[in-house]
Ligand binder design. Structure first.
Ligand code: SAH
Length: 216
């Protein structure tokens, strides 16, 4: 895998475009500037890796648009050493952005095909601090809770209660919620053991948050 000057130039243009669209979290943009997105795509799409577009990654799933990755990551307010749970490993790109922000990342994928492929890729790239699991994200990871941050990268029909309960007090859950393939981004902050603050933000289109796991 090679990261050429050409790739780096295209990446800089993409990051500038995201800034122009109103994304201003420089720590997140800098992490995305460092990370070669073309490593996470099939060879057939690698040429287009620096367009602000979602691409197929197999088994009917997609790598999120760069705008979406920057948007969700900014909402999470990631700090060094934060314990972050990601639902929907997919290509591994979002998990890698979180790792570059020095979070301790636990990422769950329900498709065994993607779990295997991405686990191998992340080892090859040599990114530290990401642990991959083949599981149903609806249940979260009770044995590793509580988490500082939880990020859902698939569209849920309702807020998954198990995930809310696995947040630390002061922790943040970012989850797209809605019906018929359109979701509103929610930022949910846990205020106390019983109280949560919920902010409803922009509209997005995610692949569905499905129950259960798929084997190879
Ligand atoms: N974060 C990914 C986005 C992948 S798309 C990336 O950066 O590439 C969302 C992913 O969520 C898909 O791979 C899909 O299989 C997965 N998913 C859907 N429902 C899930 C569930 N219940 N548990 C875990 N993963 C799930």
């Amino acid at each position: 895998m090679k990261d050429t000057y050409r790739h780096q130039g295209l990446r800089r243009q993409l990051i500038d475009a995201l800034r122009q669209k109103g994304l201003r979290d420089e720590r997140v943009l800098e992490a995305m500037l460092r990370l070669p997105r073309h490593f996470f795509l099939e060879a057939a799409f690698a040429e287009k890796a620096y367009q602000n577009v979602a691409f197929p990654i197999g088994v009917g799933q997609t790598i999120s648009q760069p705008y979406t990755v920057a948007y969700q990551t900014s909402l999470l307010e990631v700090r060094k050493r934060d314990k972050v749970l990601e639902i929907g490993t997919g290509s591994g790109y979002q998990a890698a952005v979180l790792a570059l922000l020095e979070a301790r990342v636990f990422t769950i994928e329900r498709q065994e095909f993607l779990y295997q492929k991405t686990k191998t890729l992340l080892q090859k790239i040599g990114l530290k601090g990401i642990r991959c699991y083949h599981r149903d994200g609806y249940k979260g990871m009770p044995e590793m809770m509580p988490f500082d941050k939880i990020l859902v990268t698939c569209g849920a029909e309702e807020v998954p209660e198990a995930l809310k309960s696995q947040l630390k007090i002061g922790g943040i859950l970012v989850v797209p919620v809605g019906k018929e393939g359109r979701q509103k981004m929610l930022k949910i902050t846990r205020l106390s053991s019983e109280e949560y603050n919920e902010e409803s933000l922009e509209d997005f289109k995610f692949v569905p948050f499905l129950k259960g796991v798929e084997k190879l």
